[in-house]
Design a protein around this ligand. Sequence first.
Ligand SMILES: [Fe+2]
Length: 85
Amino acid sequence: MGTYEENWEKMSDKSKDLERARQSFIEEFEAINWYEQRIEGTGDPELKKILEHNRDEEKEHAALLFEYVKKNDPEQADALKKSDL
Ligand SMILES: [Fe+2]
């Protein structure tokens, strides 16, 4: 799974699920970046609108995953509170 390099089989189920969520979060952000590049690159207004819609859906997906991580990783939730964001 993802870029994990230790023994996956020895990880707890909870750690595996957090790894899945974090890796999916990374992939959603990569997708947002790809859509941003294509939105700025295209000269076709119709395609631009479709790409913007898709980018915004990826942002929603990323938000759902981050909420999952916050809910299941107390240290991450504390770090977020301390950041004052
Ligand atoms: Fe997505």
